[in-house]
Ligand binder design. Sequence first.
Ligand SMILES: [Zn+2]
Length: 443
Amino acid sequence: MTDRQKLEVFSEILQYRTVSRQPGEVPDMKPFMEIAEYLKKAFPQVHRHFRREVVGGGSLLFTLQGADLSLKPIMLTAHLDVVPADDGENWLEPPFSGKLRDGRVWGRGAIDYKAGVSGMLQACEDILETGFTPDRTVILAFGHDEEVGGETGAAEIVRILTDRGVSLSSVLDEGGYIYSYPWMERDVAVIGLAEKGYLTLRLTAHGVQGHASVPEINTAAGRLCSCLAELEKNQFKAKLCSPVEMMLRATSDMLRGFPAGSDRSPTPAEMMHIIEKWPSGNALVRTTTAITMIRGSSKENIIPAEPYALVNFRAVPGDSSMDILKHVRSVAEPLGVDVRYEDSNLVHEPSGIASMDTDEYRAIQAAVRDIWPDIPVVPGVFPAATDSRHYCIIADNVYRFEPVHLGQDGLGALHSEGESVSVEDYLNAVNFYTFFVRSVSSA
Ligand SMILES: [Zn+2]
């Protein structure tokens, strides 16, 4: 296939409106069925050699049996679903156009995560065309509900693989990219070795409902607000988990504005206090506290009896949901505010930390060095959650890296208006996945 044809396939994949179902909505599975049909046409070798299964009505699971069954399979995963997109002003091309313009392919899902779906399939297609047969079993897993938790996609795939007794050597997922943090002078390729935990707490203050013309001096809403302010004042302690410490060590000479004339690089501990001033740096070194929803009464002249707030926490490796609950209670309870889980099914502990001493990590490193020789490879932590929260149960290691440049927005590029991937990045992503699959699947 020529590069032009590969780009046309990627563009076509962006045109399917595989928008993830929102809570309370009936899922529209038609685009998922249509894209699955299109993939059959676009990647005939993959569909000839891999076993293909549709899971949960929209997710796709591909398995290519390796020659050596004593080797644990590898999985590459991406997701077919995308977050909704309105035609905002930053879309130079409509979000489901898949248009090629100014050296970029535009469309919702271009980064998150159809460059993965398309790039992984294209890599396998290219490899199969050369007659390659893997020693190690290769699994591709494309969820259809990653953006809303992965319960019917990735979780179901895990159940199927568990029933088959499959234990994965590794999973390659999204969550690390090529970009620079605001304190860095240049781009690095961040390989996410871990992802943060997830927890939302509901804080409720109790009082008496009343008329706004005769308020008490101290209302439940006032106590709730004091409590929220206290929580923001009493942030979790900054700490360095091993991937972040290694990242800081590896990038100490790229730090913007470290005291001019200093004859030494800062230590990771010094860097920790420098980077915590940026939200993206703070998120690397601390369990974050984000007040997201506040609810009082339904009318301007009613004093609420039970105002509440939802606060979302993302735990760094080393902190747990129990630590968070204890901390929040210690702040809230003296103020008469009670604390409970908003949804105990949506509590995720921070992931384990993947090993750097594996063939897979070395293959990722070697692939990046081969394709982008000037870009340093550094370990890191992804502050959000991916389908790997499910896959980690059956995998020895999870690596998070999608080989695309995020540009100035950094992680803000995910879900942004005007999502796009450069032509060069897409073709390099195919090369990256080709390099990775070839080297990791041969004994
Ligand atoms: Zn994603």
